[in-house]
Design a protein around this ligand. Structure first.
Ligand code: COS
Length: 383
């Protein structure tokens, strides 16, 4: 068993780490405070190739393996959740469905701009009344001549209402299946289509410098050929996309936990109380030891899930495990890290305060921890 990364993966890790330290860290706190999606950092992330990482070069991608993409996401999350979210959602959820399920024409039309980072694309699954119960989608699409007419709305959609958002993949009810359940299909809706409106959501606890949107469809008419893949395959496409997306949420948990650990270790060695650095108290050194242990386990599990995916083996179960475990590891790491910072950990001038808030999304987005346990329980035959 070889646990070493390839030379290319090591170089990628170092270059993304250097980039995040130099370009993201100095502005992350202020952007979070202002709740601002930065076009400047977006274009810098695009410039170093953080979009389209696992997409073949012929569509404008970098042609890397999935593990490389996950390492890059982990390194971004080590410094800031919002920027890591833009990258993770941009790749896994924006680019993913088009790349996996798009026709040749759809791929040629959309992927080059998304892979260069000139444009972003949304993943329109969640609705106000269809969160965990995702197949209960109400957004409706009716075929009228050679167009789909869409009515409904989506909520909590990352990257869908920036100035560079080019559209979204939207899960719609397109009929009723023979077994009486709704027929669900994915339809591509481009920005600027009459009847399609996006609205940026504000007032978030976390990821405040990432873009989150509501989507509205009011008799929105798109050509029939905007359907993604076969009719009725929408829910499978969304679920398959989420299998890969959950690895990137895992990467955000892992990278975020690593960031918390490093801040906590540094602070504990510098902060003197009762005449010695607080790291020298066993109660604190044990917290740091536990963090290091859990981060190591999280990394092994997440990288194994990527290895399965890169080697074309079933990975849904291990992806759900990695998403669940990594997000819970970050939850514990952020909690320990704030505790070690004491009163300063509660103040906005310390980055740990932001990590503590950003962490919470990971236990909710792309399937709550409870949904991950359902997926795992089903896949081990317990449910
Ligand atoms: N890949 C492909 N197909 C899948 C799949 C996967 N990983 N998981 C399920 N499916 C298929 C099933 O085979 C089933 O097919 P049939 O309709 O032909 O029988 C169909 O999808 C429905 O699956 P299931 O019956 O398991 O669906 P449920 O309604 O019971 O829902 C959960 C299952 C809860 C696991 C699912 O709705 C889910 O993941 N919810 C969370 C959604 C989410 O993560 N939202 C966050 C979005 S933020 S981007």
């Amino acid at each position: 068993m070889d646990f070493s990364l390839s030379m290319d993966q090591e170089i990628l890790r170092k270059s993304v780490r250097d980039f995040a330290e130099k370009e993201i860290k100095p502005v992350a706190r202020e952007l979070d405070e202002r709740e601002e999606f930065s076009y400047e950092t977006m274009s810098k992330m695009a410039e170093i190739g953080l979009f389209g990482m696992f997409v073949a070069e012929e569509y404008g991608g970098q042609g890397m393996d999935y593990l490389s993409y996950i390492i890059a996401t982990e390194e971004m999350a080590r410094v800031d959740g919002s920027h890591a979210a833009t990258v993770a959602a941009g790749n896994s959820l924006g680019i993913g469905p088009l790349y996996y399920f798009g026709s040749e024409e759809q791929k040629r039309k959309h992927l080059p701009r998304l892979c260069s980072g000139e444009a972003l694309w949304g993943f329109g699954l969640t609705e106000p009344n269809a969160g965990s119960d995702a197949s209960n989608s109400r957004t409706n699409a009716v075929l009228d001549g050679d167009s789909w007419v869409i009515n409904g709305s989506k909520i909590f959609i990352t990257n869908a209402s920036t100035r560079i958002s080019a559209g979204a993949t939207v899960l719609c009810r397109t009929g009723t299946r023979e077994d009486g359940r709704p027929e669900l299909s994915c339809i591509l809706v481009e920005q600027g289509t009459p009847g399609y409106e996006t609205r940026e959501m504000h007032g978030k606890l976390m990821w405040r410098a990432s873009n989150t949107s509501e989507l509205y469809f009011d008799d929105c008419r798109v050509p029939e050929e905007n359907r993604l893949g076969p009719r009725g395959h929408g829910f499978y496409q969304m679920m398959q996309t989420l299998d890969g997306g959950r690895l990137s949420i895992g990467a955000m948990g892992l990278g975020g936990a690593q960031g918390c650990f490093e801040m906590a270790l540094k602070y504990s060695k510098e902060r003197v109380q009762f005449g010695k650095p607080i790291a020298n108290f066993q109660v604190n050194s044990f917290k740091l030891a536990d963090m290091a242990l859990e981060i190591e386990c999280a990394r092994l599990l997440l990288y194994k899930a990527c290895w399965l995916r890169d080697n074309n083996q079933p990975f849904s179960k291990v992806a759900a495990m990695a998403k669940l475990y990594c997000s819970e590891v970050m939850y514990r790491a952020a909690n320990h890290a704030v505790q070690l910072h004491g009163g300063y950990g509660l103040m906005k001038e310390y980055d740990i305060e932001r990590f503590y808030r950003d962490q919470k999304l990971l236990e909710i987005g792309e399937g709550t921890s409870e949904v991950q346990r359902i997926v795992i329980a089903r896949l081990i035959g317990a449910l």
